[in-house]
Design a protein around this ligand. Structure first.
Ligand code: ADE
Length: 234
């Protein structure tokens, strides 16, 4: 086992779906996968491996925020040889054109975290980006299925509650939505030459104050899951 994951070598697939909420990991495993085995209960960060259309795939709850997703991402890559890391989560809409229930594919992830200043010793502002192949597959699948897909920059925020944040400025610069993990995941994938993508359903809107109902969240989440699972097969 690794420090935070109680799995044996070989228990985890090369492709891992990564919801923030461990109960989402359980839901994904029970709803979409077959022949499921649970490989992790440490800290209730549930992890499962099963098959989707005959191909092995894992799903690992990561907790919230860049520090937490980077713990699971690092161990999945370094200790279990994971190659494809696909975040499936929610985000708050920032641009007016983004509607609740849209699925946003995070092409890049701006962040207010000091992560990259430390990694690059203040020399550059690193731009964490999605893997192009995963992004293209997800986009093509979503478009084929007539889903409301948006592609662009997101903000990976260090704080969920942040009244000081200039949301309008970020929206003016094309930032579509805010979430809390993608920049950490993309940066980790870049460091280890792995592939990462974040798919996000818009659950609330920071400019309009709109929110989805629990039922709407479930339906959109299921749509997003189909895109993530089909992209993982390619
Ligand atoms: N995830 C869903 N909604 C969010 C928001 N408003 N801020 C940060 N992360 C989110």
């Amino acid at each position: 086992m690794s420090t935070h994951i109680g799995a044996k070598q070989g228990d985890i697939s090369k492709t891992v779906l990564m919801p923030g909420d461990p109960l989402r990991a359980k839901y994904i495993a029970e709803t979409f996968l077959e022949d499921v085995k649970q490989y992790n209960t440490v800290r209730n960060a549930f992890g499962y491996t099963g098959t989707y259309k005959g191909q092995e795939i894992s799903v690992q709850g990561t907790g919230m925020g860049i520090p937490s997703v980077m713990i699971y991402g690092e161990e999945l890559i370094q200790e279990y040889g994971v190659e494809n890391l696909i975040r499936v989560g929610s985000a708050g809409g920032m641009k007016k054109e983004i509607k609740i229930r849209d699925v946003v594919l995070a092409q890049a992830a701006t962040t207010d975290s000091s992560l990259h200043r430390h990694i690059f010793n203040n020399q550059v502002d690193f731009a964490p980006i999605a893997d192009f192949d995963l992004l293209k597959h997800a986009y093509d699948i979503g478009m084929d299925k007539n889903m409301s897909i948006r592609v662009g920059n997101v903000l990976s925020a260090d704080r969920f509650y942040n009244a000081e944040l200039d949301k309008q400025k970020l929206a003016d610069y094309g930032v579509l939505a805010v979430e809390m993990e993608a920049a950490g995941l993309y940066s980790l994938a870049a460091k280890h030459n792995k592939r990462a993508l974040a798919l996000l359903t818009i659950s609330d809107h920071l400019l309009t104050g709109e929110e989805t109902t629990a039922e709407e969240r479930q339906t959109t989440f299921n749509d997003m899951m189909i895109i993530a699972l089909e992209a993982a097969l390619r």
